[in-house]
Design a protein around this ligand. Structure first.
Ligand code: APR
Ligand code: PHB
Length: 393
């Protein structure tokens, strides 16, 4: 049996991009349905990054989903770079007047689901075989199955917010898509541990043994990463080995203060930049990881998903308020202008901080010179700071 319903916008994917879009559209009276492949517990169990740009935080505040973030998150007014046994700080507030908030993506996701619950919104979990139809007509529709029952939703637009492994992006005809890709020959081995963070602010370290990052979620929950080969076997990395290797990659006086403990999560993340153009076709609009991926250096992934939703929600609101397709027609251009700048920043920071297998002495000298320049130049630090806290939407 097939059950039919109708809405204005079907949102495929209930990650941060999809749920935020649903919340914003709803606050403007635009009816929508979110279809999420996984269960709510599964989505909330995923460990992701946790650096929120000033503009992202302000958008969450504007739509009333930042209360917990403002109480439990941490304002970071700067970031630290370590190399050659030294540490220097880039002062975000002093250089740009803005800061970042440390608050896990998982928490943002929980806040967004709770806001959706409060509004009695339709978020369908465990929606399988989501299939898009008639995207180049005025009557698109989406079919899916929940617990074996087939459903059809008629709609006016489809937002593809289903991440890197989603289905939506495959509906843009291949001959119209240009893919730009840069895959790195290494990954990050990351752990989460219930230990106090090594420092009040993040530390990004360039070291001959490989990159390291000291991050955190709260005063008793630390997140650490070390650069690793792509074929790294987690079994070969018991906690003791991880802590020892991390310590070796940090300046000695910093490493001395490292508090170690058992990890509660351990994983390897490959690093890549991928951008697919265009981000729209007919009545389909892609946002977030469904359209682009950045390496985690600089923590831009979640923030780009939020800035896409800023542009897509504004364009849909304009359409429903005035009937004009103008902003929707320009969506790809508006979203990608900002996306490319963040792709550039995360590429620059990745190149600056990692060891590249097979690269010679010249490349190392270039990193050394650039880090020396950064440490001594206010202009260079301002460029880092304004990108890190987030360029304007
Ligand atoms: N049908 C429905 N939902 C799907 C499908 C599908 N075929 N495929 C994937 N999904 C869901 C995933 O289960 C996930 O919950 O889409 C959601 C996409 O969410 P994210 O991967 O979190 O992507 P996005 O919302 O764009 O947020 C980007 O997440 O991956 C991080 O680094 C990234 O922080 C960035 C942020
Ligand atoms: C994290 O805390 O998980 C994190 C922080 C900064 C990054 C990437 C990840 O650049």
């Amino acid at each position: 049996m097939t059950t039919s319903s109708a809405t204005k916008v079907v949102i495929v994917g209930g990650g941060p991009a999809g749920t935020l879009l649903s919340h914003i559209l709803d606050s403007h009276g635009i009816d929508n349905v979110v279809l999420e492949l996984r269960s709510r517990d599964y989505v909330l169990g995923r460990i992701r990054a946790g650096v929120i740009e000033q503009g992202s935080a302000d958008l969450l505040r504007k739509y009333g989903v930042a209360n917990r973030m403002d109480h439990e998150g941490f304002s970071h007014e700067g970031v630290n770079l370590a190399w050659a046994g030294r540490l220097f700080r880039v002062d975000f507030v002093g250089l740009t007047g803005s800061l970042v908030t440390i608050y896990g993506q998982t928490q943002i996701q929980r806040d967004l689901y709770e806001a959706r619950d409060a509004a009695d919104a339709t978020v369908v979990f465990e929606a399988e075989n989501v299939t898009l139809h008639d995207l180049d007509t005025n009557r698109p529709s989406v079919t899916y199955e929940v617990r074996g029952e087939r459903q059809t939703v008629q709609c006016e637009f489809v937002a593809g917010c289903d991440g890197t492994h989603g289905t939506s992006s495959s509906y843009i005809p291949a001959e119209l898509v240009k893919t730009y890709e840069n895959v790195y020959p290494f990954g990050w081995l990351g752990i989460l541990s219930e230990t106090p963070p090594i420092n009040d602010e993040l530390i990004y370290a360039n070291h001959p043994r490989g990159f390291a990052l000291c991050s955190m979620r709260d005063p008793l929950l630390s997140r650490y990463y070390i650069q690793c080969p792509l074929d790294t076997d987690l079994e070969a990395w018991p906690d003791d080995r991880f802590w020892e290797e991390l310590g070796k990659r940090l300046p000695a006086q910093v490493a001395e203060t490292l508090v170690t403990g058992p990890s509660i999560d351990k994983s390897v993340t490959p690093l890549a930049s991928v951008v697919r153009e265009p981000m729209q076709h007919g009545k389909l609009f892609l946002a977030g990881d469904a359209a682009h991926v950045v390496p985690p250096t600089g923590a831009k992934g979640l923030n780009l998903a939020i800035s896409d939703i800023y542009h897509l929600s504004a364009a849909l609101i304009e359409y429903y308020e005035s009937g004009s397709m103008a902003a929707l027609d320009c969506y790809t251009e508006r979203a990608l202008t900002r996306v490319w700048k963040a792709v550039r920043f995360s590429w620059w920071m990745t190149n600056l901080m990692h060891q590249f297998p097979g690269e010679g002495a010249f490349a190392l000298k270039m990193q050394e010179a650039e880090l020396g320049y950064l440490a001594s130049s206010t202009a260079a630090q301002t460029a880092l700071a304004e990108n890190y806290v987030g360029l304007p939407f």
